[in-house]
Ligand binder design. Sequence first.
Ligand code: UD1
Length: 418
Amino acid sequence: MKIIEIEGGRQLSGTIRVSGAKNATVALIPAAILTDEEATICNVPEITDTDALCDILKILNVKVNRSTESLVINTKDMKNVSIEEEYSKKLRASYYFMGALLGKYKKVEMYFPGGCSIGARPINLHLKGFEALGATITNEKNKYIVEAKELKGANIYLDFASVGATINIMLAAVRAKGKTIIDNAAKEPEIVNVATFLNNMGAKIQGAGTSTIKIEGVDHLHKCFHEVIPDRIEAGTYIIIGALCGNPLKIDNVIPEHVDALISKLEELGINMEVGLDYVTVLNSPEILKATNIKTAVFPGFATDLQQPFTVLLTQAEGRSKVTETIFENRFMHIPYLKALGADITIKNQTATIDGPTKLKGTEVVATDLRAGAAMVAAGLKAEGKTTITNAEHILRGYEQIIEKLTAVGAKIRIKEI
Ligand code: UD1
């Protein structure tokens, strides 16, 4: 097991550069197999989720050439074989191979995906989309076989604007016959990045980033070169860390429109920031932060992935703040550990009530999932004394070089294997 140790209570200053977006990368890698030629993706973050997807590519006999920040994926000798559970369960995004393999071979055999335990996370909307395109689904225990004689464009309405379902249906539909329309599609920037990638390969996708996506099927996707967008969740996490300990802390390589909701909430708290074209600098935080409420929502609402780190900041605000989680039913696993660090928080249904400010004092905590882990890092940096975070593997799934980036701005943080 990996553990992270932090000597907290230090001010952080300097610049942190944001890496390529995890949630775009994990869809772009499976999407790349839709070409019969070669796809080059750059600005790929070195995180363990990238490694897990490259392992699946190798099982499919896809050539992967990885150099710093870039991936060259060649599908010339690819074979459509079953993706076993030991690979699918390593991450949620393994499910993008369902849409991509179905789109390319009209058949896919794989096990249920893994990922953070933040709720039930069913894939019914993905499967409903595949069925609408003409596929039949056989499901035994955790294994799924999805196949079709032919995939035909269809009108698909998503009951919920799911990121995963939107991308997966897009992947299955790009090489289907005729026109597919996805209504109530998710609008997250990562979806736009994946659609741009597919269009660079010759797909005909319109409307990504809006709630109606139109896809005109094509027979062939050719080679292309593509760049991953900056990670808005990594950016948001470091901006929150800046609000907790920055003096000043510049977060570079940010698309500010992607973190609009966070910036507005930080302004409500009273944080002084400079928002540039591609950076956000947290100049300083006032002695007294004002309490505020957040409610998670689909993009452009307040990102559920930033809810956990943001809760840490609210422990420092004066008065009562409320955090309502509307996307995942089990995303408060960081709260008991924040309480162990000294926070005053109660949870009722899907709302956490935080009374502050409270002094945080280092102790032993657990990274129960990726973003809960990020919250523990933020709390550990603010807390006086030593914080030890166990199960730190979760954090490495989504934050490239987190130890190095934080050390460079003055944090006392290290990772070790026990
Ligand atoms: C993606 C992100 C994750 C982020 C989430 C919401 C990736 C790899 N992960 O997860 O970091 O927190 O979006 O922004 O990009 N749902 C169903 N049926 C389905 C699909 C989803 O009921 O078939 C429900 C989920 O249980 C959840 C909600 O819809 O309650 C949102 O899920 P979704 O947008 O699909 O999230 P993910 O794609 O899993």
